[in-house]
Design a protein around this ligand. Structure first.
Ligand code: CP
Ligand code: NVA
Length: 307
């Protein structure tokens, strides 16, 4: 899957649209912006800037963190759903990109096919941010990496375990492992692996270990996500059977390091991909992770709009 750069602006379609040092800078800045917000002092680096947020799928965290983030930085965010815009009535994605990008300073899109995002970005005059596609969720990784560093310091050389579906978030974890030099184990049923090209590219950083108990041995971080992502609702019942052995429960966590973290991008289904005891337990940092969507995306917006 190729990344797109228009000649005049930077996009954030995958983590690899950043260099390693840019990614590290954004994570440092996210920490600073979090501390700054906790002082209560206003800080308006994006005064008078507008972010358009185009959603073709539901969202709580992505929508609220981008909107609150723009307000906190002195700017404005516009919520646009495909249902109530002309996009839902068939206006081509390229035309929508041309028009919106003449009016706003940045555009975030959540859509289905990654290629739709790439086509949009190719026709936009302003930075485009991937707010989740079927293939990648890089904004989630900014928050996850910030959270991991916050709780365990330097993550270079550490080990993360992904349990469950090799989905969009999992693909983004593979990029993150390559960029920040940590090991990633993926424990998934046959046929539900992450992107094959990515796995090949990351062969030194990422390994498939089918048995979740074996895979969890001595890991520093355990991550999972829903068994059926948005757009896969029709497969929900079948997937419950396929993934039954891939639940993050106390037995899995017992194999990990005692201070291992548990993360989940949310929304979670207690009793499916994760038990309530783990999600609400002492190793879980899911609420910090959700909050960090706000801080890390503010850092991303500043980076794309001000540098
Ligand atoms: N994690 C995440 O992207 O959540 P939302 O679907 O609520 O935006
Ligand atoms: N994999 C999930 C993530 C939701 C934030 C989905 O795509 O629905």
């Amino acid at each position: 899957m190729s990344s797109n750069h228009c000649s005049t602006c930077r996009h954030f379609l995958t983590l690899q649209d950043l260099t390693v040092s840019e990614l590290k800078y954004i994570l440092v800045r996210a920490k600073e912006l979090k501390a700054l917000r906790n002082t209560g002092k206003p800080y308006e680096s994006l005064r008078n800037r507008t972010l358009a947020m185009l959603f073709e799928k539901s969202s709580t965290r992505t929508r609220v963190s981008f909107e609150a983030g723009m307000t906190q930085l002195g700017g404005h965010a516009l919520f646009l759903s495909s249902k109530d815009t002309q996009l839902g009535r068939g206006e081509p994605i390229e035309d929508s990109a041309r028009v919106l990008s003449r009016m706003v300073d940045c555009i975030m899109i959540r859509t289905f096919e990654h290629q739709v995002l790439e086509r949009f970005a190719a026709h936009s005059q302003v930075p485009v941010i991937n707010g989740l596609t079927d293939w990648a969720h890089p904004c989630q990784l900014l928050a996850d990496l910030q959270t991991w560093q916050e709780h365990q310091g330097n993550i270079q050389g550490r080990t993360a375990l992904w349990v469950g579906d090799g989905n969009n978030v999992c693909n983004s974890y593979i990029y993150a492992a390559c960029m920040l030099d940590f090991q990633l184990r993926v424990s998934c049923p046959k046929g539900y692996e992450p992107d094959a090209n990515l796995l090949e590219l990351a062969s030194e950083r990422c390994v498939i270990i089918r048995d979740p108990l074996e895979a969890a041995s001595n890991v520093d971080l355990v991550v999972t996500d829903v068994w059926a992502s948005m757009g896969q609702e029709a497969e929900q019942v079948a997937r419950r059977k396929v993934f039954a052995e891939y639940q993050v429960n106390e037995s899995v966590m017992a194999q990990a390091n005692p201070n291992a973290l548990f993360m989940h991008c949310l929304p979670a289904h207690r009793g499916e991909e994760v038990t309530a005891a783990v999600l609400d337990g002492p190793n879980s940092v899911v609420w910090d992770e959700a909050e960090n969507r706000l801080h890390s995306q503010k850092a991303l917006l500043e980076f794309l709009l001000c540098s």
